[in-house]
Design a protein around this ligand. Structure first.
Ligand SMILES: *Cc1c(COP(=O)(O)O)cnc(C)c1O
Length: 395
């Protein structure tokens, strides 16, 4: 008799489900059960998608844009994305280098699959977005996480990168502005990191999904703009979810050197085909109806900035909490290590006793911190931070 096969594959057994989605689901379940929950867990803007974008999608739907589209995206949208990179960053890319995918998350996964093989190592600065290590594992490669804590502003130093590189290192993942910390690399910092990556012939996946959510006049730089050599090694991932409050639309974008773009399109052609056709027409309006989009984005940024300042100030008034001021995205990542609890225990007790949902830092590869998303109302932020202060006082 042969023994029964393992019920699940090595891929299923090795993956951990998204802890951010899990905490958010628990908070929403408590809320549905009638509890008054202050949710800081969700990683999505609390605004609706701007009207002109919804209208363009509805018009496309009404006019019958309901069929398959070319796998890498509708031509007009690929052109508009290429034009956006020229306009925003002076980066010359052809529409053939642009791929539209069902969500930035899938764009990241395809980028990793396109360049990584079993046995390769991928360097991921921590705190990291929860999905990177799992995606790397699903490619058969090995994640190598390097902690960049609040002493360096949550930014990897060139020396740390140099020390983590081995002959097997294939890819470096960067995410500026960062989820979960909101940290933004300056041009000089980014250039120093990229110089090390190029010296060792690494690919760089630059996740720029928060590129437009910036405060205090901060400027986002893409490594692809540094030199032709850098552009030839950089895969830029971005998307519509965060900038235009379009998380449910599932639209991500990749700009890659031509051979990698071709590989990504081929992978996508076998895995999902095109991103939803009529949704792409909405995204097109986001890029072409510029004045309306700018006005909507400016309105969101005013709210995010106000909440960011308020939450940051209130957190630092709490004895035992230290919090850096983030320059981008919509998260703060306070240090709670002085309380002597694991971040998971801290968050579980915070939710159970004060009904405040935050995600434990260990989920992002950084013990001793919390991630608080301020993409929620001013009222909830004020109430939630008061409860957090109360909770800390009782520890
Ligand atoms: C939200 C997010 C994404 C992708 O979001 P999608 O909704 O899949 O487009 C990618 N990277 C980071 C760091 C994110 O926070």
């Amino acid at each position: 008799m042969s023994s029964a096969p393992a019920p699940l594959s090595v891929w299923s057994r090795n993956i951990s489900p998204s802890p951010t989605l899990a905490v958010d689901a628990k908070a929403k379940a408590l809320q549905a059960a009638g509890e008054d929950v202050c949710g800081f867990a969700a990683g999505e803007p609390d605004f609706d998608t701007p009207e002109h974008i919804k209208e363009a999608c509805a018009a496309a739907l009404r006019s019958g844009k309901t069929k398959y589209a070319p796998t890498p995206g509708i031509p007009a949208l690929r052109d508009a994305i290429a034009a956006k990179y020229a306009e925003d960053y002076g980066l010359k890319v052809s529409a053939g280098q642009v791929i539209v995918s069902p969500g930035g998350k899938f764009s990241c996964y395809l980028a990793i699959l396109a360049v990584c093989s079993p046995g390769d190592e991928v360097i991921i600065p921590a705190p990291y977005w929860v999905s990177y290590p799992e995606m790397v594992k699903l490619s058969g490669a090995t994640p190598v996480c390097v902690l960049a804590d609040d002493t360096t502003g949550f930014k990897l130093t060139p020396a740390q990168l140099e020390a983590a590189i081995t002959p097997r290192t294939r890819l470096l993942i960067l995410n500026s502005p960062s989820n979960p910390t909101g940290a933004l690399y300056t041009k000089a910092e980014m250039e120093a990191i990229i110089a090390v990556a190029l010296k060792h012939n690494l690919y760089v996946m630059s996740d720029e999904i928060y590129e437009h959510l910036l405060y205090d006049g901060a400027v986002h730089v893409s490594p692809a703009t540094f030199s032709k050599e850098a552009a030839d090694r950089t895969i830029i991932v971005s998307g519509f979810s965060k900038t235009y409050s379009m998380t449910g639309w599932r639209l991500g974008t990749t700009v890659a050197p031509a051979p990698i773009a071709k590989a990504i399109a081929e992978l996508q052609s076998q895995m999902t085909s095109n991103a939803t056709t009529f949704a792409q027409f909405g995204a097109l309006a986001a890029l072409t109806e510029k004045a309306k989009t700018r006005a909507a984005l400016d309105q969101m940024l005013v709210a995010f900035d106000r909440r960011r300042r308020f939450l940051h100030a209130e957190l630092n008034k709490i004895d035992g909490i230290k919090c850096l001021l983030a320059e981008g995205a919509f998260y703060l990542f306070p240090n709670i290590s002085s309380f002597g609890l694991s971040s998971e225990e801290f968050c579980t007790r915070l939710l159970d006793t004060q009904k405040v949902a935050a995600v434990h830092g260990s989920a992002f590869g950084a013990e001793g911190y919390l991630r608080l998303s301020y993409a929620t109302s001013d009222e909830i932020i004020a109430k939630g931070v008061t409860r957090l202060a109360e909770f800390c006082k009782g520890l």
